[in-house]
Design a protein around this ligand. Structure first.
Ligand code: PAN
Ligand code: ZN
Length: 202
C-alpha cells in the first residue's frame, strides 16, 4: 500500500495526488492496485458461434486483462484503468470485452487508445447505437447512459487507457443475452459489421 493511499478501518482514502506509470512499450500499468483477467469460459454466451466456443473452451484462451489504479468508490473520485484485449477470434467474431452499462447510469467514461486497432461499440436502452474505430491517439467519449464494449480487430494487442467515475459500478446483465445491435466479424481478412440476430433493444 503506497503512502498516498490509506485504509482507515477498511475504507480506502486518498490523502494526496499520486502518479502511475503506464508503459507505452509494454502496454501495461506498472504497480497497479488490481489486475484482473477475463477468459473465454467467463463469457461463453457472448459469442454467436457456440460450436466454436465449445471447441476453444478446453484451451480457455485469455481474451483480455485490465489494470486498475484504485480510488474510493464514491462520488468525486475517478478510476484509471488500462485494458488490453488480446488478438484472436471465436469463430469469425473477434475477441471483445463483455460490455456493460454503468450501474449508476449517469456516469460517463473516456477511453484513449495507446496501441493496436479496435472498435468501440456503444448503445442506449432506447436502441440508438454508434460504432467508433480506435487507433493510437484516438480518444473516445462515452456519455452517461451509453453501454460500451471494445473489440480487437487487429493482430496485435489492442490497448487503451480509460477513466471513469469511481462510483459508476458495472451492469453486465443487461448486455449478456442481447449484446449490441451489430456484430464485428472477420470476412476476407477484414472486419465488417453485420446485424446481430439476437439483438433487441433494452
Ligand atoms: C473499462 C472496462 C474494461 C473491461 O474499464 O471495465 O475495458 O470491459 P468489461 O468491464 O466490459 O469486461 C470500463 O468501461 N469501465 O467502466
Ligand atoms: Zn465502463
Amino acid at each position: 500500500m503506497k503512502s498516498e493511499q490509506v485504509r482507515e478501518g477498511g475504507k480506502l482514502e486518498i490523502t494526496k495526488p499520486f502518479r502511475k506509470r503506464i508503459s507505452l512499450e509494454k502496454g501495461i500499468m506498472e504497480e497497479p492496485d488490481n489486475h484482473w483477467h477475463r477468459y473465454l469460459n467467463d463469457m461463453k454466451a457472448t459469442y454467436q458461434d457456440q460450436k466454436a466456443v465449445n471447441r476453444m473452451a478446453k484451451n480457455n484462451p485469455l481474451l483480455y486483462e485490465v489494470y486498475e489504479a484504485e480510488t474510493p468508490n464514491e462520488s468525486g473520485h475517478l478510476i484509471q484503468v488500462v485494458s488490453i484485449i488480446h488478438p484472436g477470434k471465436i469463430g469469425d467474431e473477434y475477441f471483445m470485452t463483455k460490455g456493460h452499462y454503468h450501474e449508476n447510469r449517469g456516469t460517463a467514461e473516456i477511453y484513449l487508445c495507446l496501441s493496436g486497432e479496435g472498435y468501440l461499440l456503444t448503445k442506449t436502452e432506447e436502441g440508438d447505437f454508434e460504432n467508433l474505430t480506435m487507433k493510437p491517439g484516438i480518444s473516445t467519449y462515452i456519455p452517461p447512459h451509453w453501454a460500451h464494449r471494445t473489440v480487437n480487430v487487429g493482430d496485435e494487442p489492442f490497448v487503451f487507457f480509460g477513466t471513469y467515475h469511481a462510483n459508476a459500478g458495472h451492469d453486465y446483465g443487461s448486455i449478456e443475452d442481447i449484446g449490441f445491435p451489430r456484430l464485428l466479424v472477420e470476412e476476407n481478412g477484414r472486419p465488417i459489421s453485420k446485424p446481430n440476430p439476437r439483438y433487441r433493444s433494452r
